[in-house]
Design a binder for this molecule. Structure first.
Ligand code: MG
Length: 302
């Protein structure tokens, strides 16, 4: 327990299970990202983003390749119908796997110009897709097919798949990457991973207030994350924020207090809640996928 969990605030003790241990449940990826849970068959789909593959794991089937090449698929999520929606750094698009298994591009332009390389996404309860668009699929040779950056910055977008409408809702971050809504969807947290390759760049999480369900205001720094930088974010039912970092998944209370760390032996990229009760934290880190049972529940549905 104490090898795995670091506790800085007693509230952490109500979130973790004292007898739980971190398990490595899968490996063999070049670089694991974007886990998403499927309750239907108790499986996890995740991106081997640098390996240009989409992988699946279940306890009964082990690891299998779902899609190769995946066109440098990164963040994954599920929409209100349970379909897999994803960021494609290679296609520079938001894509969706239809019920018949076919993949479709949902959006790849903003104001007549190609997107940079969408990295991570969430689906709001109204069905809109909110996603980040840093340029890593353009600038990093192992994360995309290169090309020219056409957008004037790295923005966060709100996209309505029902109407095709797309708006830039965050334009004041350097490299927006992971994002998650508070349980009531009144707040949006967005990580900035600029420190990854920009000297003195931000390595923090910003929080914005959501206005009328569709615009953002009052952006401010929520927490600076060390070591490394925050990437993927999730929240639990109490509004606690779980963020990846170089050495761990770190847990923050909604008031910004760092409660503790769940130590992971590889560099953490992304995480999600899984298990039939949504009380199992699934962590994409390095070449592997890890899991640890918690005493709290994630809010992501389905
Ligand atoms: Mg990311």
């Amino acid at each position: 327990m104490f090898e795995t969990i670091e506790i800085y605030d007693e509230r952490m003790c109500t979130i973790v299970l004292l007898d739980a241990s971190l398990q490595k449940i899968a490996n063999g990826a070049v670089h694991s990202e974007g886990p998403v849970y499927f309750y239907e068959d108790d499986s996890v789909i995740w991106s081997d983003s640098h390996g240009n593959r989409l992988l699946r794991w279940s306890a009964s089937d082990g690891v299998s390749v779902l899609r190769a090449p995946s066109n440098y698929q990164s963040g994954n999520y599920r929409d209100l119908e349970g379909r897999l929606v994803a960021c494609s750094c290679g296609d520079r698009a938001i894509i969706r796997r239809e019920h018949d298994g076919e993949w479709q591009v949902l959006v790849d332009h903003y104001q007549g110009k190609r997107l940079n390389s969408p990295n991570d996404l969430v689906v709001k309860r109204d069905g809109t897709i909110w996603f980040t668009d840093p340029p890593y699929g353009i600038t990093e040779p192992n994360q995309g097919y290169g090309g020219e950056q056409e957008q004037p910055g790295s923005f966060v977008y709100r996209f309505n798949p029902a109407t095709g409408e797309i708006d830039a809702v965050v334009t004041d971050m350097v490299r927006p990457n992971g994002l998650v809504f508070s349980p009531d969807e009144h707040l949006l947290y967005v990580s900035d991973t600029a420190a990854f390759n920009i000297p003195d760049g931000p390595h923090h999480i910003r929080v914005y207030e959501v206005v009328n369900g569709r615009y953002l205001t009052n952006g401010r720094v929520f927490a600076a994350i060390e070591p490394g930088q925050p990437d993927g974010l999730r929240v639990d039912e109490h509004g606690n924020i779980f963020t990846s970092s170089q050495d761990s998944v770190q847990v923050y209370a909604p008031d910004g207090t760092r409660l503790g760390k769940i130590m992971v032996p590889e560099i953490c990229a992304n995480l999600t809640f899984g298990g039939p009760e949504r009380d199992r934290l699934l962590i994409a880190a390095g070449k592997s996928l890890y899991a640890i049972d918690l005493n709290t529940h994630g809010v992501q549905q389905p």
